[in-house]
Design a protein around this ligand. Structure first.
Ligand SMILES: [Zn+2]
Length: 302
């Protein structure tokens, strides 16, 4: 009978084989030095850059849709049809003139047919949405949490520009936003309890501030839209985000208000929309809320 099993190699044989293998690998590496950096560069590009680039493009497309929402929601028009039209000649915009970011640059902000100016804001909204998609990826990676937060930030972008244009925050965004934020919290961050408290605290805090302001001054200070927006922020980000957002938005809103009064030389109180500052506070909470709250609590302890 012949044994097919080879005898186990002796320790010295194994060492010799290992040495030989290592030498062979080194020799192969030396033989083609030019391919290795290229190879690793390609691997880095594939792994580290492909997702952010794809998300940037996706974000720009959603930004293009956000532009449609900003224009049509206050006018109570459909956000689905008809397709985009030039605001001046009302002609339908061809698909190749409707590519996010690129078309605005290629046409230098003008309509191809009538040469009418196309606002720089379309470009800004598309870029903000694209950058938000990438920034959120860097913050939480790609997954369900990314999708939830990106939808939330896209809604904040829409709300911000509608409030700047019309001084309203449409219920058609904030009320479904509260419901969607709560439902999503059942299966993920920040959890149903925190989300529910966030809704109550968000809406309740602003209502209390509004009533207090009205009782003290006899003027209406806080719009009902702001109340529902802070409720939506609490629904998506949890109750901890509510005092944070309110504090940051009050500080930034006051800073801008005082600057405007100084700039225009007027001492009358400027009625600036509060929605954009609430949105800014919520975005700051997503990206550095933990750190800022930790730093603030640390100040109190130390
Ligand atoms: Zn036109």
């Amino acid at each position: 009978m012949l044994s097919l099993r080879a005898a186990p190699p002796s320790p010295s044989t194994r060492a010799a084989v290992a040495l030989h293998t290592r030498a062979a690998v080194a020799a192969v590496a030396l033989a083609r030095p030019a391919r290795r950096p290229l190879e690793s560069l390609r691997r880095i590009a594939r792994g580290a850059l492909l997702t952010p680039i794809a998300l940037f493009l996706f974000g720009a497309i959603i930004g293009s849709f956000a532009n449609v929402c900003i224009l049509r929601i206050p006018a109570e028009e459909s956000i689905v049809s008809p397709g985009s039209r030039c605001p001046h000649c009302k002609e339908p915009v061809a698909w190749y003139d409707n590519v996010p970011l690129l078309s605005w640059l290629a046409l230098r902000g003008r309509c191809r047919r009538c040469d009418g100016p196309i606002s720089f804001r379309y470009f800004v909204v598309e870029l903000a949405s694209a950058l938000a998609a990438v920034a959120l990826y860097l913050r939480v990676g790609f997954g369900v949490e990314w999708a939830v937060l990106f939808a939330f930030v896209a809604a904040l972008i829409v709300v911000t520009f509608i409030d700047l244009d019309h001084r309203i925050i449409p219920d058609v965004v904030s009320l479904p936003g509260i419901a969607v934020g709560f439902v999503l919290s059942l299966r993920g961050e920040p959890g149903a309890v925190s989300s529910a408290i966030g809704i109550l605290l968000g809406a309740g805090l602003l209502l209390a501030v509004g009533w207090g302001y009205e009782a003290a001054t006899g003027r209406e200070g806080m719009g009902g839209g702001d109340v529902k927006l802070l409720g939506m922020i609490g629904a998506f980000l949890g109750w901890r985000s509510v005092p944070f957002t309110l504090l940051l938005s009050s500080l930034s809103g006051s800073a801008v208000g005082v600057t405007l009064m100084w700039w225009t030389g007027s001492d009358r109180k400027y009625a600036i929309p509060f929605g954009p500052f609430l949105a800014l506070g919520a975005v700051l909470y997503i990206f550095c809320g933990d750190r800022l709250i930790g730093w603030y609590l640390g100040l109190g302890a130390g």
